[in-house]
Design a protein around this ligand. Sequence first.
Ligand code: ADP
Ligand code: MG
Length: 338
Amino acid sequence: MGKIQIMDEWLSNKIAAGEVVERPSSVVKELLENAIDAGSTSIEVFLEEAGLTSIQVTDNGSGMDEEDALKSFSRHATSKISKEQDLFRIRTLGFRGEALASIASVSKINLKTSDGENSGIELEMEGGHVINMQPTAFRKGTDITVSQLFFNTPARLKYLKTIQTELGHSIDLLNRLALGNPDIAFKLVHNGQTLLQTNGRGNVQQVLAAIYGVHNAKKMVPFSGESHDYKVHGFATLPEVTRASKNYMSLFVNGRWVKHYLVQKAIVDAYHTYLPIERYPIVVLYIEGDPYLTDVNVHPAKHQVRLSKEPELLSLVEKSVREAIRGAIHVPVVEKKE
Ligand code: ADP
Ligand code: MG
């Protein structure tokens, strides 16, 4: 008899969790993306001890009925793609259908959800197994609490950094998602203290002010541009406001926050010699293009993106930012030192 066995779903979920759920902020990311995909206009995140004790995400999105609430924790369960063609035109943040299954396999979960038509449902899970399920009174939307993350994977738990470091990752994430979705009101509360709040009125400058301060937001100039295949727009700081890290340049492709070295380089090049050495601007850049031109299915965390017609896009970004910066710097150029 052969030795090969097909793994049971529970074990394969736990293995997948190793890729998808690296740290508390990975859970925050997946839960927030689900809330955004569900069409929420208001999303609140409550963390206890940087999420090591608990992570709660409350949204006012579509919610789920009982059947979907249960199904959502199965591997490869998704409402977002149903056929191969969909994979090449992804408009939602999620599509792999593995986040909830992975998270559930390494934590304890309490889910309350209602689609606003049927009665609400409350589901309790532990290490991927359903412990309890009952009807509950709940308004339309979803409230999910993930506690005791990695309680059954001690090696992962040991590898986590300090509360401050883990919290930093979640704050960074909230900042990017708020910038990527100015029409959603976000709130981040840590141990009872509100760390970020945006109003969801769709005004990017107000989000920039909430994150980087009113003073810095006022030193940012708008830019925009269009080529045959891409549209870009955003805000960039005048050369007098710089940071020592490239992390303050946030890029969004069709609403998804991505990391892209060459696009960042195009932005920096746009400043030419105006930037001090080893200093970088604060920038938010939105790139819109046909989803056919972008491939986000590079890695499970979906941070990386492959872009078609890349040279065309890079020169569009550089030109748009350069024109805005040059236009805003009055001649003769006065270079202030920070
Ligand atoms: P994916 O987001 O890739 O589809 P997930 O495991 O993250 O996979 O979620 C599985 C499914 O559960 C989603 O496709 C969606 O239908 C449902 N779901 C998850 N979170 C929410 C939420 N906050 N509101 C409504 N539906 C949700
Ligand atoms: Mg998801």
